[in-house]
Structures are given as C-alpha cells and as structure tokens.
Design a protein around this ligand. Structure first.
Ligand SMILES: *[C@@H]1O[C@H](CO)[C@@H](O)[C@H](O)[C@H]1NC(C)=O
Ligand SMILES: *[C@@H]1O[C@H](CO)[C@@H](O)[C@H](O)[C@H]1NC(C)=O
Ligand SMILES: *[C@@H]1O[C@H](CO)[C@@H](O)[C@H](O)[C@H]1NC(C)=O
Ligand SMILES: *[C@@H]1O[C@H](CO)[C@@H](O)[C@H](O)[C@H]1NC(C)=O
Ligand SMILES: *[C@@H]1O[C@H](CO)[C@@H](O)[C@H](O)[C@H]1NC(C)=O
Ligand SMILES: *[C@@H]1O[C@H](CO)[C@@H](O)[C@H](O)[C@H]1NC(C)=O
Ligand SMILES: [Zn+2]
Length: 324
C-alpha cells in the first residue's frame, strides 16, 4: 500500500531533459509525459518502427552463427568508474573512456564504453526491466552504453549521424535473490546511492573499489540475444545494436530495494522517489531477434543442421519455462 502511494505521488513528477537537437519534456510517472506519450512528445524518433525495448519471444529467435564471443577490454580493471550521477531519470556511472571497450560478437568494429545506468521498478518484487523474455519482466536491467570508435567519444555527433550502428548497448537482466552478496560489489555500489539523492547530484569517490565484471558475476557472456533497435528514452534514435544477455545477474533483494528508496527524481521528498523508470515494450514490426546456434556436440550429423534453428527455439522455450 505504501509502495502504491509512493508510485502514485511520484506520478506528479515530470522531468525536463534537453538533447542537442530539441528540448523534450518527458518523464516516467505522469500520464502526460510518460512513455505512451513519447511518440507525440518526440515523434522523431520515438514514433519510429525499430524501437526498444522489446519482448523477446524465444520461440521466434533465429540462430546466427556469427554471434561469437565478445572481446571485453578493461572489464576487470578497478579504475574505470569515474563518477556516479543521479540524472533525475536514472543512476548513471561514467566510465573512463581510455579503459573499457567492446568488440567481437558480430559488432562492426570497436566500441568504447561511455557509461552504464539502470532501470528499476518500485520494489524487488515489482519489476522494472525494459526488455522482457516471453513476457517475463525482471527486477531490474543494467545497460552498458558503448559508442563506435569512429565518433571519438562524441555522442552528439553519433546521434546526429542517424547511423544504425553508432551505439552498441549491452543489456543485463537483474533478478532478486535472498542470498548474501558474495563479492560485496553490489553492496559497495548501491552504498553510493545515499550520496546522490537529488537529481543532478554527482559523487566521484568511487574509484578503485569495484570492477565492471564484479557487477556482472554469474552471467555467461557467450549467451545473448541480438537485434536492431533504439535508445529507450527520448529522442529514441534508432542507432543501437542491442545485445541482451540471457542469464540474469543475481542481486540481493535488499540491495535492489535501495534503488527505489534512496534515489529521488527531483529532491529528497517521498513524493519524488524515482521508481518505475522503464519504457514499456515496443512492436517488433518484422525485426528478427537472433542468438547463438546451439552447440550440438560431436554426435551432430550434417543431416541435423537444417533443424538446428527449430531445435534451438525448442530448447530456449523449455529453458524459459523452467525459469518461471
Ligand atoms: C506515428 O506513426 C504512425 C504510423 O506511421 C502514424 O500513423 C502516426 O500519425 C504517427 N504519430 C505521430 C504522433 O507522429
Ligand atoms: C554472417 O556473416 C556473413 C559475412 O558477413 C554474412 O554474409 C551472413 O549474412 C551473416 N549471417 C547472419 C545470419 O547474419
Ligand atoms: C561533437 O559533434 C557535434 C556535432 O557534430 C559538434 O558540433 C561538436 O563540436 C563536437 N564536439 C566535440 C567536442 O568535438
Ligand atoms: C535515418 O535512417 C533511416 C534508415 O536508413 C532512414 O529511413 C531515415 O529517413 C533517416 N532519417 C533521417 C532524419 O535522416
Ligand atoms: C585495484 O587493482 C590494483 C591492480 O590490480 C590492485 O593493486 C589494488 O589493490 C586494487 N584496489 C582495490 C581497492 O582492490
Ligand atoms: C558458457 O556457455 C558456453 C556455451 O554453453 C559454455 O561452453 C561455457 O563453458 C560457459 N562458460 C562458463 C564460464 O560457464
Ligand atoms: Zn537504459
């Protein structure tokens, strides 16, 4: 009941965010400016036909042998996180662009990691991921934003270029658990939230304490979905090669709850708590989601190859059912 009231009061908040091209008034919790209205507020590009997030229907995922391993540089360095900021709509960690990068995995070139941020619901049991899998929404979703190296760190130049491969975003689901935080990384990371209660607050004393990989523990990074989509916030540019990892990060429920109780959309008043900062799923419009071709092992005869896509779908379907 308290959660419901907080969500309701938070609905009065409307954020004003300025992009380089046009001032866009958008928000998450007020019907006047929440995501169903983004196609009116920012028709270019939020009313486009390749929008994100999407629901991933595992039975329709197609096998793609090009989706090989990533080469992830700097994910084990403890000097990459430079600051953490309350943007009013999310919590954003800036990354040292000289350290972290992503290539491989069928990406067209080298992508430099710029920042990561998160999306959450209104409690560990009221979910807030952006992508869903067969309709299942996870507790949270973490997005690592990577910019193609040709843009030399200039995100505005990349967005102005209307280039469908300008950005490569890595999406990780977060699932709640009652188990304690083994590495302490999520505990340390979420402890910084108390330093950035208000929109615009930035805290910089976060260096040398955690690595990117320590926040991604338990996720097999060779198993992921791939599709072509957009930024999930206005102006929703259709410039993103999406990678959504299949296995969720498991985070203690109490730590997940820090996001919806410590971070405010404007000022530290209960009525402004930042909750439910996710966009609802968008139509596929004919887009295809691909994934790794399932390894069939040494016994796989060539005659089995034509059925590999449907057997992959079946395996994915069975896997998803066992996770419900
Ligand atoms: C959004 O796109 C649809 C289909 O192209 C169109 O019918 C509709 O008028 C557009 N809405 C806005 C607000 O531009
Ligand atoms: C895999 O890559 C090759 C070479 O770039 C390309 O011709 C082929 O269409 C790709 N396959 C898929 C399923 O995307
Ligand atoms: C970034 O790109 C924009 C648009 O192309 C340009 O106006 C701006 O000067 C660039 N910024 C830097 C720091 O190069
Ligand atoms: C952006 O690129 C898409 C796909 O190439 C194209 O359909 C669209 O017209 C372009 N938009 C602008 C504003 O250039
Ligand atoms: C950060 O990494 C360096 C080099 O690997 C290591 O010497 C140092 O102890 C680490 N710092 C912390 C706080 O773990
Ligand atoms: C990740 O999954 C692949 C494919 O199933 C498997 O070969 C590999 O051993 C897994 N890696 C880890 C660290 O579990
Ligand atoms: Zn995001």
């Amino acid at each position: 009941m308290i959660t419901f009231l907080v969500s309701f009061l938070a609905a009065l908040v409307c954020e004003f965010v300025h992009s380089d091209n046009l001032p866009v008034a958008w928000c998450y919790n007020n019907p006047a400016c929440n995501f169903p209205n983004w196609p009116n507020i920012a028709p270019q590009y939020c009313n486009g036909s390749s929008q994100s997030p999407i629901d991933i229907v595992t039975a329709q995922v197609q096998g793609n042998p090009n989706l090989t391993q990533f080469i992830l540089t700097g994910f084990d360095a403890n000097t990459t996180f430079t600051s953490i900021t309350n943007s009013g709509t999310s919590v954003v960690v800036s990354l040292d662009e000289d350290i972290m990068s992503v290539q491989g995995g069928d990406l067209p070139g080298l992508y430099v990691s710029v920042q990561f941020h998160l999306h959450w619901g209104s409690s560990s049991s009221l979910p807030g991921s952006e992508h869903t899998v067969d309709g299942k929404q996870y507790a949270m979703e973490l997005h690592i934003v990577n910019l193609h190296s040709t843009y030399d760190g200039n995100v505005s130049a990349a967005l102005a270029a209307n280039d469908s491969s300008a950005l490569a975003v890595l999406g990780f689901f977060i699932e709640g658990t009652d188990e304690a935080d083994k590495t302490n990384s999520w505990d340390i990371f979420t402890s910084f939230l108390s330093n950035i209660p208000n929109s615009g607050n930035t805290y910089t004393d976060i260096m040398d304490q955690i690595t990117m990989n320590s926040l991604l523990e338990g996720v097999n990074k060779t198993k992921y979905y791939r599709y072509q989509g957009s930024l999930t916030t206005p102006p929703c540019n259709e410039d993103v090669i999406w990678t959504v990892f299949k296995e969720p990060i498991k985070v203690n429920n109490n730590l997940i709850n820090r996001f919806c109780t410590k971070v405010f959309a404007k000022t530290a008043k209960a009525s402004d708590l930042n909750v439910n900062n996710f966009r609802g799923v968008q139509p596929l419009n004919g887009r295809v989601v691909t994934s790794q071709v399932e390894q069939t092992g040494s016994s796989a005869a060539p005659s089995l190859v034509p059925t590999s896509i449907s057997s992959l779908s079946l395996i994915l379907l069975l896997t998803s059912l066992s996770c419900l």
